[in-house]
Design a binder for this molecule. Structure first.
Ligand SMILES: [Zn+2]
Length: 93
């Protein structure tokens, strides 16, 4: 199981988001199928063509999180992207 989560970490390496350092933030959570999530990533990030399971980005006053349907296995993806909405680009890459 740990190996799987480490793979998720690597796969999510490109999901950085610019974010406000302070103040309230509104999260918009988009639940989509994996193919749609990958398509949206590719459209929004043509300079970074990587495989992803989910991503977060800021649009106006909203932080948008894109994940597949929530299950025990995909909960980590949501929490990872939520952290991007709070801490911006928090992982090393
Ligand atoms: Zn990330």
């Amino acid at each position: 199981m740990l190996k799987r989560w480490l793979c998720v970490l690597v796969l999510l390496a490109g999901c950085a988001a610019e974010y406000p350092k302070t103040g309230p933030r509104t999260i918009v959570w988009h639940i989509e199928d994996p193919v749609t999530i990958q398509y949206l990533w590719d459209q929004m990030n043509p300079e970074n063509p990587i495989f992803i399971d989910g991503f977060a980005n800021w649009g106006g006053e909203y932080c948008h999180i894109w994940t597949p349907e929530l299950t025990e296995e995909t909960l980590y993806i949501f929490l990872h992207e939520l952290r991007h909405c709070v801490d911006g680009h928090f992982h090393d890459d």
